[in-house]
Structure formats: structure tokens, C-alpha cells
Design a protein around this ligand. Structure first.
Ligand code: ZN
Length: 231
């Protein structure tokens, strides 16, 4: 059977061959999990792009391929090759995230949101997305579906305009913790989406991917029925 590949990690979402966006394209796979051609799939930007090439269309254009696929030896499931070991990576202890879930009066982004949205909605969105504060900077934690904290992005915002402050550079939590000696020099980073923890927590909500964490959070205030992710 040919189906759209199930979401596992970011790596299962590809660049759209039509609109070129990254991590939005779901490809068709066969029973063995092998991809059909790289333009066969569906872009999740349904309204902006709408690209969808079905396996039926693909095989109509490539009539010999279906027969070739069928004649391939069946995938040896019983003695399947061992899965390649997932690359090991390190995570940040949860206490750093918990310590950051405060100080929103000093968080320029949270303050900006309060000038545009209802306070209850802002505090709900901030809690849902685990927005933190670190020395006045906004922390966008990257937490995966298993609650593992991969890193956090630290950005300073002007509370009036909601724009990034030009006088400070964004940084990463894992990099700062390493510098302080709180994480080992050997820390192996593996990023995930900002908002990825919600895919597990709210499995029935449709998801949408944007480029910036700030956009994801603002979008979540306007369309809370979606899980907004940023990469
Ligand atoms: Zn597209």
C-alpha cells in the first residue's frame, strides 16, 4: 500500500518541489517505507501552495515503474536489517527550563504581546509553548515529544515594537550553559522544532510550520486550534 509518510522527526518532512519551503512536504512511501519519486507527495501549505502529486499520477506518467516495484523481492521483514542506531544526543536538564518560566515583566516579547492581545490568552500561549525568560531575553525552548529539552533560543525584543533588539545577538541555551560549565564541552546538540512537544500533547490538532518562533507564537494566539511549529 502506498501512503503518506507518518510524521516521526523533522527529517520526515521535506522541501516542497513546488513552493520550495523546507520541512513542509510529505512524501508517499510503500509498505517497506521506501519513497516513491521525490516529487510525489503533498505540501502541507494547503492554501499558500496546495501542491499534491499522487502516486496514481506518478505511475500514470511512469507506467513501467509500478511493474518494476512489484517485481522487486519482498522486503525481508522477518530478518530485516537492524535499524541504524539513532545518533546519540544530549539534553538540557529540566530545571533550567523550569527556572526560566518566570520574569515575564522583563521579557520584551511577552510585554509586546500584552500590548496586542488579551492577558489571559497571552499567559495561556506562553505556558503552552513553554516560553521562558533569561536575563530579560525571551527563551524559545525546543522540547521534543518525549519532553526532552534539546536547547533554547535566546532573543531580546523591544517591548514596544516587538522587534528584535539590534544591540544584542541571539544565543543558544546549550552554548551558554556550556560556557558556564553547567553542560559538558562534549554536549551533542540535536535540534527539534519549537513547539514539537505539542504534537504529542495535542495529537489531533493540525500542525503548521513557520520560520520564526515569534511568528508561531503570534499565530497561535490568532489560530489556537493549530499547533504552530518553528524550525
Ligand atoms: Zn509547497
Amino acid at each position: 500500500m502506498l501512503t503518506l509518510e507518518k510524521y516521526k522527526t523533522k527529517a520526515t518532512r521535506h522541501d516542497c518541489p513546488s513552493c520550495g519551503q523546507k520541512f513542509v512536504f510529505t512524501r508517499y512511501v510503500d509498505d517497506a517505507g521506501e519513497y516513491i519519486a521525490d516529487d510525489v507527495g503533498r505540501c502541507n501549505r494547503e492554501s499558500k501552495c496546495g501542491y499534491h502529486r499522487t502516486t496514481k499520477e506518478h505511475f500514470a506518467d511512469n507506467p513501467t515503474e509500478r511493474a518494476e516495484r512489484a517485481s522487486r523481492p519482498a522486503y525481508p521483514r522477518a530478518v530485516s536489517r537492524p535499524k541504524p542506531e539513532a545518533k546519540p544526543f544530549d539534553t538540557i536538564p529540566r530545571t533550567y527550563l523550569e527556572q526560566s518560566l518566570t520574569g515575564y515583566d522583563r521579557n520584551g516579547f511577552a510585554q509586546f504581546l500584552l500590548t496586542r492581545f488579551d492577558a489571559a490568552a497571552v499567559s495561556q500561549a506562553v505556558a503552552r509553548y513553554l516560553i521562558g525568560t533569561d536575563g530579560g531575553r525571551c527563551v524559545y525552548w525546543q522540547v521534543d515529544g518525549q519532553g526532552r529539552i534539546r536547547t533554547g533560543k535566546l532573543i531580546s525584543y523591544d517591548p514596544t515594537t516587538g522587534k528584535r533588539r539590534k544591540d544584542t545577538n541571539p544565543n543558544w541555551s546549550h552554548a551558554e550553559l556550556k560556557k558556564r560549565g553547567a553542560l559538558p564541552e562534549s554536549f551533542e546538540l540535536a535540534q527539534c522544532f519549537f513547539g514539537e512537544h505539542l504534537l504529542k500533547a495535542e495529537p489531533s490538532a493540525p500542525d503548521a510550520i513557520v520560520e520564526a518562533e515569534k511568528t508561531a507564537l503570534i499565530a497561535s494566539l490568532i489560530f489556537p486550534e493549530f499547533v504552530w511549529l518553528a524550525c
